[in-house]
Design a protein around this ligand. Sequence first.
Ligand code: UFG
Length: 327
Amino acid sequence: MKSILVTGGAGFVGSHTCKALAAAGYCPVTFDNLSQGHESAVQWGPLEIGDILDHDRLGDVFAAHDPEAVIHFAGSAYVGESVIDPGKYYRNNVTGSLTLIETMLKAGVNRLVFSSSCATYGIPDTLPILETCEQKPINPYGYSKLVVERIMRDFGRSHSLQSIALRYFNAAGSDPDGDIGEDHDPETHLIPLTLDAASGGTPLTIFGDDYDTPDGTCIRDYIHVTDLAEAHVRALNAIDDHDGFEVFNLGTSLGHSILEVIDMVNTVTGLKVCYETGARRPGDPASLVADPSKAQNQLQWRPRLSGLEDIIRTAWSWRQSVQDTES
Ligand code: UFG
């Protein structure tokens, strides 16, 4: 069985991708420092505990497993924190990715799929966003992802690195079989916080209702994590179809406002989300919606579970199962 090294494989998108890799006949080897990820999410292959900044440890893991490619998720991913502590983001995301790329090339591995972000676009001039739109990130997190894309492109020219960057829009939902789910600490994402507010937890604060959108709240393109996972397998299988660096948006082309998310949570749970309206969150674009046609055409990728109802239904099932286990 072919091994694939999955950095950050114990995290949210990483663990769902390990499940998809195993279903496609690969052996996912998770490399994770468990600072954010969960050992319990590593269910489809071995776990190697280590940090991408540690090239000796990485080198040992390449030697032990002889992977044929790397899917790279490990990194820091809180936009707000990146503004307060940019050094952490440039170190973990940029230096960490550079260390990984140099180590993999030294080990003779030259295929890489990278978890990038729509945060590299900043505030877009036009919607939906195409891969060719200008990238002008507005926070260190987005810059760190953009720099890694640039490193990948440059190493494609200098060292024959074959790489694909996948620019996710808003990853959400949970494994429909209930094996794994979203479990961030701290949790900052809209859908888990809205589910929490529906079940009697902290009321949701809507960050601004005076945006230039139909109902005044921000619009995002929510994409189910299982659909994201499948796109990684497709990207891996297509990695030799081009020379050097390629990039794909992963979204649905449909945006939903925060009030639409709240309405759907009310419908799916049968409960009532308690919310209030607060100030805008700095750095939030009004609307982010993908044009995913390149991934559809070149990877034959189609989101299957990314209707808002499916996203919220699977996230809600996961949340209830975790609560049942805890109680
Ligand atoms: N929101 C609230 N209240 C909350 C949390 C979020 O109103 O308590 C709003 C946000 O302001 C935003 C929307 O809900 O308008 C979605 O927010 P999330 O935090 O769930 O997601 P983001 O759109 O901020 O972040 C996502 C990814 C990031 C990526 C970013 C790019 O999670 O990794 O998109 O903008 F960088």
